[in-house]
Ligand binder design. Structure first.
Ligand SMILES: NC(=O)c1ccc[n+]([C@@H]2O[C@H](COP(=O)([O-])OP(=O)(O)OC[C@H]3O[C@@H](n4cnc5c(N)ncnc54)[C@H](O)[C@@H]3O)[C@@H](O)[C@H]2O)c1
Length: 263
């Protein structure tokens, strides 16, 4: 529905690499790109999910390819990008979406439980961005990077110290990439989902928790996958040609302040 805002040919001739594209937000973003004409490279650790998404997106006139890999393993991000280049053509858009959350008390933080989150949420985005920048500079064509951070990248949520640290870090990464590569024609922006109604959320969220979160959102509802997808489409489109280094909450107003709904 929201996508009817955009021209169906918006990304004709462009290729978008989306990580974590087998489920949730990444699947939604990939579906948006496919609908608007892009060739889509779906990356994920979930082989069955990739197969399902590939079938679901078989309407994509730009074509769909899948790239399986565990981005929490050192070195895999670089391999994934090399593999993506071997599928042919250039890559104009990178969406670093793959990420996991974890909750623990401070005393429970260990090197073992922290490392996979650092690798996936932060380092894979660093190395995929690095490869993308090298590719874009080589072909002198510029491009667009979107990092999927979180509102946990600008404020704290209880028991999410490590997750939040990785999401704050994505913003720092993007600010510096912006400065270093604006003159290469590479734009870098950060999207901050707050609470998104993914399949997993609907399956796992407890009713009382969901009610509590919803009550803090001025617009009174959670984000849909398409709310996130629409912003990513805009940021990667020519309409956003002057936007780089930006940080954009998709939060129904939640970051505007503490909402008690008494107005
Ligand atoms: N859903 C929300 O409410 C919400 C809120 C804020 C931020 N985010 C962010 O949005 C992004 C997507 O979240 P989501 O809710 O869609 O999660 P999800 O769990 O539904 O989907 C994440 C996808 O990433 C893939 N993935 C997980 N580990 C991987 C790995 N090691 N290598 C490659 N792929 C891997 C999963 O298989 C899955 O397809 C994450 O970065 C998350 O932090 C989500």
């Amino acid at each position: 529905m929201i996508l009817s805002t955009f021209n169906n040919n918006l990304f004709d001739g462009k290729t978008a690499l989306v990580t974590g594209a087998a489920n949730g937000v990444g699947a939604g973003v990939a579906r948006c790109f496919a609908t608007l004409g892009a060739r889509v490279l779906l990356q994920d650790i979930d082989a069955a999910g990739l197969e399902r998404m590939s079938r679901e997106l078989d309407f994509a006139k730009g074509g769909v390819e899948t790239l399986e890999g565990d981005l929490s393993q050192p070195g895999v991000a670089e391999e994934v990008f090399e593999q993506a280049l071997r599928t042919g053509g250039s890559i104009e858009v990178l969406v670093n979406n793959a990420g996991r959350s974890s909750a623990q008390n401070t005393s429970e933080i260990t090197d073992e439980n922290m490392q996979p989150l650092i690798e996936l949420n932060l380092k894979s985005a660093v190395f995929l961005s690095k490869q993308f920048v090298a590719h874009a500079r080589k072909r002198l064509g510029g491009g667009s990077i979107v990092q999927i951070s979180s509102t946990a990248g600008i404020i704290g949520f209880e028991r999410r110290a490590v997750y939040s640290a990785t999401k704050f870090a994505l913003i720092g990464l993007s600010k510096v990439l912006t400065l270093d590569h604006a003159r290469d024609g590479i734009r870098v922006n950060v999207v901050l989902p707050h609470v998104v109604e993914t399949d997993m959320f609907q399956r796992t969220a407890r009713q009382d928790e969901a009610d509590h979160w919803r009550a803090g959102i001025p617009l009174g509802r959670f984000a849909t996958i398409d709310d996130i997808g629409a912003l990513v489409m805009f940021l990667c489109s020519p309409a956003a040609a002057y936007l780089t280094g930006g940080v954009y909450p998709v939060d129904g107003g939640a970051m505007a302040g503490t909402y008690k709904g008494v107005a």
